[in-house]
Design a protein around this ligand. Sequence first.
Ligand code: CAA
Length: 257
Amino acid sequence: MAFETLIVEQVGRVTRITLNRPQALNALNSQVLTELIAALAAFDADDGQGCAVLTGSEKAFAAGADIKEMQAQGFADMYATNFFSGWETVTRTRKPIIAAVAGYALGGGCEVAMMCDFILAADTAKFGQPEIKLGVTPGMGGSQRLTHAVGKAKAMEMVLTGRMIGAEEAERAGLVARIVPAADLLDEAMKTAETIAAMAPLAVVANKEMVNAAFETSLAQGVQFERRLFNGLFGTADQKEGMTAFVEKRPGNWTGR
Ligand code: CAA
């Protein structure tokens, strides 16, 4: 598929997806959604790819859902199409996606970054849910994922006032994994993605599923889920290879089986 709003590149086992609507600060419209779903499906289906990086420009990861696309819509239009529901597809990607965020990650931009598995932030990153200033609310899961990430007090303040937070505040609050200088963001994100993509593929998916289960289950159910998946990996060739490689003091040679 040829993309107009994304640049998709494969670098070794890493797929880099760059949001590319500079004229609209990467505002997320229906075309971006359609293309991103296609790019992520291709990434997930490709055994040669182990991790993705989703990024934007220096100025904006994404300044939100496309306000101009939504402006004239009525309730019936939004309800009939279950508007925004397609974005949940991002969260169903089985392999990890790192959000590499520089500049604005606002509204839907912040929400898509939070749908990724973790966020690496440039020191220029600014996160916010300013939908209240438009007379609406977050609509891609921001009220829930932001609250899970930073807790009620900060999430509530952010959604009620629309205040943006900078990279340092976001890191302190637990929204981002790490801050790097803006000039190093892409290199650092690609390096981190290469590290993940070099791990045993089934273990990568299992680790991702487990951490995500922590948001959907009770502690006891989550621990049980972890143990069963951990036990199950002992049925894979890569568990034998990984532990043999450790004993033989050499790197693992994974088959993904
Ligand atoms: N949708 C559509 N177009 C957008 C946009 C958006 N979310 N954000 C920016 N743009 C467009 C601007 O309209 C402008 O286009 P024109 O040149 O044609 O006028 C262009 O991008 C550049 O933007 P600015 O001139 O505004 O740039 P700035 O540097 O002065 O300001 C900004 C940057 C503070 C990010 C400002 O653009 C802004 O406030 N953007 C909107 C942020 C926002 O409200 N996001 C939430 C959207 S709603 C949402 O996301 C719902 C949800 O839950 C999913």
